[in-house]
Design a protein around this ligand. Structure first.
Ligand code: IPE
Length: 252
């Protein structure tokens, strides 16, 4: 097995039907899992998935976002449980293909303090060491002075990529990349100012922000990150050039 470590996020809108409550997009999940099965024989992989129609509807109902908290334990639990169901579905689909997927549930270990996320990565690192594929999900987390807030899959990707010193990062989304004002995929982004005019907001209910937020977070990483759609997933695994490559602070 190569030492390369990839952190891949499967966007909630890729693996669920985002406008239809708690509905998995079976065909898309199967495609993603097939691609993961092929690659994880040769390299270490951490999978993170978003909420889609499992997380965001519950979060909106309980008035919870990444900044708006709630002290309603049953509401927070409803969000966490829905995410747990989706996580089970993803883990099962991977295990059916012989992938050693293990669930990672952030609520039990992560928290935010003054806006800063603390997500210990020791268990994930140990799973990788033992040849497993950790599968974490966007979740609710305790947040100092706010009760509980939403921890997005993107935030988990950024945090784990840093702590585990990932070699590459991929966000599999429903768009083929970051689009310019003419609707064409931008091949490479080195600075946020270059793309600021082109970045709009995500259309469906999404409590953790759209493309602009993703690009800013990924630019802050030390390694290259790519945003692509399901059609680009295999290419991303092959050579990392799918969709839009976001240079990251450590590259030239
Ligand atoms: C949201 O995670 C998780 C919850 C709402 C609990 P993300 O923000 O990463 O989800 P997607 O990928 O946009 O659906």
């Amino acid at each position: 097995m190569s030492e390369t470590l990839t952190v891949l996020k499967l966007g909630g809108s890729v693996i669920t039907q985002k406008d239809q409550r708690e509905t998995v997009d079976e065909a898309s999940l199967a495609r993603a899992c097939d691609a993961i099965e092929a690659v994880c024989k040769d390299e270490r992989l951490v999978v993170v998935h978003g909420g889609g129609s499992f997380g965001h509807h519950h979060a909106a109902e309980h008035g919870v976002s990444d900044t708006d908290g709630s002290t309603d334990a049953s509401g927070l639990t409803a969000i966490h449980r829905a995410m747990g169901e989706l996580n089970e579905t993803v883990v099962d689909a991977l295990q059916e293909r012989g992938v050693g997927a293990l669930p990672v549930r952030p609520l039990s270990v992560a928290h935010r303090e003054e806006g800063t996320l603390d997500l210990p990565a020791g268990s994930v690192a140990a799973m990788l060491e033992e040849g497993f594929v950790p599968v974490a999900h966007g979740d609710v987390v305790a947040d100092s002075g706010r009760g509980g807030t939403i921890l997005s899959g993107d935030d988990i990707v950024v945090s784990l990529s840093r702590s585990l010193l990932a070699d590459r990062v991929g966000l599999c989304s429903t768009v083929p990349g970051v689009l310019d004002t003419a609707g064409e995929v931008i091949d490479r982004i080195d600075a946020y100012e270059d793309v600021a005019p082109a970045l709009g907001e995500s259309e469906a209910t999404d409590v953790t922000g759209g493309m602009a937020h993703k690009v800013c977070q990924l630019l802050d990483l030390d390694v290259p990150a790519s945003i692509f759609d399901l059609d680009g997933l295999e290419r991303f695994f092959e050579d990392g050039t799918a969709g839009t490559v976001i240079a990251g602070g450590g590259s030239d």
